[in-house]
Design a protein around this ligand. Structure first.
Ligand code: EPU
Length: 431
């Protein structure tokens, strides 16, 4: 018998080695939005027809959602940048814990499952690195649509009582404009009997994208992108062929890569309305932006300090807080960042400090005194966006930075190092 010995260091510990200090130039292409694609995939549970999504990014989270849908009986076929889902075989109402636990977004399946089958049993996904991530609003909304919901032994069991097991339209006021709750309830309401009104709904572009898909499938949805969404339920939804919006967070990360390396880079496609607060902050720190249709060319030279606080859309997105902090660590002057969305999303501060950043923390606020140069060091990203922040810091730092935590990075960025290397970065994946 031949035994192949694989060096365990390499297998268990993949990392990026970044040689810092390179200027970037050229054009980078933005992939489809992860957080849109994930929820649009869940919408395949609402129809027996085939749903085809285009501009789907090649990410481990997308593969994970595919596995969850397959576990429920959906036929999933992946193309190079598309995915086809055939809901005619849907025969399960309970995705397994192991799959839900490793992908929080899969909890959003509860809405369409309940709407289509009248029953759903979905494990609570639990917290993650960035916070506790409750689903109270999702559950409250499903109850308002007539579902009986119990939570026992870590599983949310929901059933629609009565003949036909059809949800009933209702009025829902969300206590906070949760993106996931808004999306869950939109999908549930799409097949309910009568009109549903969701008040204090999330305004995020991914919610508007979901409305676009549902309308393409025959749903009657109005008001997505405003605080009040109205959905008149229909009896049946059909298949559709639909393109996912560009990823605003990936676009923001790439613009920040140019800013932190004081470079000029063209990033697209971007829907600039999706990035309003971010583009404004980039201008405030001194970047020049040239917008041509769906392309943004950014040029950066000197970067000055700014203050920012994360907020629901159209405010500054929490998902770009960590990457923006890396930039501000190199700015002239002292910046203040306050994280308002997630209670534990400043874990990257300690790692940036290891690279020479001068940051002081007080509760959910970070005071960042810009330094002349960051210095390369081994660092680890604690979540997806913290990992991206480490990559950005590494691009600007003196010497070599090694970034661990790629299991997070690969969940949300399609070939980040390939894209950056194509415009002049020197990043090597080892292990
Ligand atoms: N919240 C509640 N109760 C609830 C639901 C949410 O208090 O029942 C609170 C959360 O604790 C948090 C805030 O509301 O403080 C926002 O949470 P939300 O539900 O809006 O977030 P989500 O739907 O779980 C999505 C994205 C996140 C992104 C947030 C905020 C997906 C799959 N995830 O999460 O993306 O940070 O919206 O914009 O769409 C990422 O991509 O790195 C990521 C974490």
């Amino acid at each position: 018998m031949t035994v192949t010995v694989v060096p365990s260091q390499q297998v268990l510990n993949p990392q990026l080695e970044i040689a810092g200090g390179r200027r970037l130039s050229g054009e980078v292409r933005v992939s489809g939005a992860k957080n849109s694609a994930l929820v649009l995939m869940a919408a395949s549970l609402l129809t027996e027809d085939t749903l085809r999504l285009r501009n789907v990014p090649p990410l481990t989270d997308i593969a994970g959602m595919g596995e969850i849908l397959a576990s429920l009986g959906v036929g999933v076929r992946r193309g190079s940048d598309s995915i086809e889902m055939d809901g005619s075989g849907l025969n399960q109402s309970a995705p397994p814990y192991e799959l839900v636990n490793s992908l929080r977004a899969s909890f959003f399946c509860i809405g369409p499952l309940l709407a289509k089958l009248g029953i759903a049993r979905v494990p609570l996904p639990g917290g993650c690195q960035i916070g506790t991530r409750p689903v109270v609003e999702h559950v409250k909304g499903l109850k308002a649509l007539g579902a009986q919901v119990t939570i026992e032994h870590g599983v949310v069991s929901a059933v629609v009582p009565g003949r036909g097991h059809r949800l009933k339209g209702g009025r829902i006021h969300l206590d906070c404009p949760s993106v996931g709750a808004t999306e869950t309830l939109m999908m549930a309401a799409a097949l309910a009997d009568g009109e549903t009104v969701i008040e204090n709904a999330a305004l995020e572009p991914e919610v508007v994208d979901l409305a676009g898909l549902l309308i393409a499938m025959g749903a009657r949805v109005r008001g997505a992108g405003t605080p009040t969404i109205r959905i008149v339920g229909v009896e049946r939804l059909h298949g559709a062929d639909y393109a996912v919006i560009p990823d605003r967070i990936e676009a923001g990360t790439l613009l920040l890569a140019a800013a932190i390396t004081r470079s000029t880079l063209t990033v697209g496609p971007v829907i600039t309305d999706h990035l309003g607060a971010v583009l404004t902050k980039l201008e405030e720190v001194g970047c020049r932006l040239d917008i041509d249709g769906t392309c943004v060319t950014i040029s950066a030279d000197q970067i000055r300090a700014v203050d920012l606080r994360t907020q629901p859309f159209p405010g500054f997105p929490t998902d770009l807080q960590a990457p923006f902090m890396s930039l501000l660590a190199t700015a002239q002057g002292t910046s203040v960042i306050t994280e308002h969305i997630f209670e534990n999303r400043l874990q990257h501060v300690g790692e940036l400090q290891r690279m020479g950043a001068a940051i002081r923390m007080q509760g959910n606020t970070a005071f960042i005194e810009g330094v002349h140069r960051l210095s390369g060091a081994p660092v680890k990203g604690s979540d997806l966006r913290a990992s991206a922040a480490m990559v950005l810091a590494g691009l600007a730092a003196d010497g070599i930075t090694t970034v661990q935590g790629l299991e997070y990075l690969d969940r949300g960025y399609a070939d980040l190092e390939g894209k950056l290397n194509a415009v002049g970065a020197t990043i090597r994946r080892v292990g």
